[in-house]
Design a protein around this ligand. Structure first.
Ligand code: 1HE
Length: 266
């Protein structure tokens, strides 16, 4: 099994703290964190490794003023790719983003500045999107003579609905501020997105890993199933998760009346 220490990374910084929370930082700010193939390869490596390395939660963030400007257009131009070459590039993007969405480790994305094109596809593969107030969301593929290739037709359409996605691509419409929350592009809009992401990460890390695994893989898988099969799969997953040893002490505390209550604070 590959260990985190074996990963050879150039475009992404990876750190795991003492609480097993990983920080994955896109680190090509001079290129606005455009996603070249090397970066996608690194995402595949990282998100193949984290779930087996005992990481409890991952925070996906970026250095610089922008989360990500999407596909590296300069590399794409330089490589002058054939249709089949680019199909394989896209399959690699899907591999990375599927590892994220289905890997079972909660991923919290910290967004700022441009979250556009492939950058929005990357953000959409996270489980929670926390946007700073300067974030804006777009799908400029149409304007560049391109089409989405990193899963937007699945994940972005799922977040905001197909009519809004088509509008973004045809008209170049950008979403930001409260409207971005309202349409579903992000779940939080805050001044300090890093701090909010860490607060969420620390809370999520208190859940038993098997519960988080189910939350961050089973729900996505079940969306791909018929309702009948999803209900069956849910019962099987609940059979495993809801009888785990890690739940016993929590259930006992509740039975004794010493557990926290689920009530709004303040
Ligand atoms: C890039 C990229 C990039 C910047 N690929 N190099 N995505 C887009 O259409 C968005 C393209 N980028 C922009 O519109 C702007 O760069 C930003 C609004 C994000 C930022 O503007 P700004 O003024 O801060 O930076 P800049 O001067 O435009 O760029 C700084 C450098 O980053 C510059 O390189 P330099 O070597 O000349 O300094 C830019 O070339 C470089 N850069 N964005 C490559 N995207 C799987 S299919 C997915 C399809 C898509 O993602 S389409 C959407 C593409």
């Amino acid at each position: 099994m590959r260990d985190i220490g074996d990963l050879r990374l150039q475009n992404i910084l990876l750190k795991v703290d003492d609480d097993d929370i990983a920080t994955v930082t896109l680190n090509r700010p001079e290129k606005r964190n455009a996603l070249d193939l090397a970066t996608i390869d690194e995402l595949v490596d990282i998100f193949s490794t984290l779930p087996r390395a005992g990481v409890k939660v991952a925070i996906l963030r970026a250095n610089g003023d922008h989360f990500s400007a999407g596909l590296d257009l300069v590399e794409h131009h330089r490589e002058n790719r054939s249709a089949s070459d680019f199909m394989h590039v896209c399959l690699r993007w899907h591999e990375a983003f599927n590892k994220m969405e289905y890997g079972g480790v909660p991923i919290i994305a910290v967004l700022k500045g441009a979250v556009v094109g492939g950058g929005l596809e990357l953000a959409s593969a996270a489980h929670i999107r926390v946007a700073g107030t300067d974030s804006y969301f777009g799908l400029p593929e149409g304007q560049r003579g391109l089409f989405t290739g990193g899963g937007a037709t699945i994940r972005v359409a799922d977040l905001i609905g197909k009519a809004r996605m088509i509008d973004m691509m045809l008209s170049g419409r950008l979403y930001r501020g409260q409207e971005a929350v309202d349409v579903g592009l992000c779940q939080y809009l805050v001044e300090d997105a890093e701090a909010k992401a860490w607060e969420i990460a620390r809370n999520a890390a208190q859940n038993p890993p098997l519960s988080n695994f189910a939350i961050c893989s089973a729900i996505s898988h079940m969306q791909n199933m018929s309702a009948l099969d999803a209900a069956y799969a849910e019962a099987v997953v609940a059979g495993v998760v809801n009888t785990q040893d890690a739940a016993r002490a929590r259930l006992e505390a509740f039975a004794k009346g010493t557990a926290n209550k689920i009530k709004p604070q303040g």
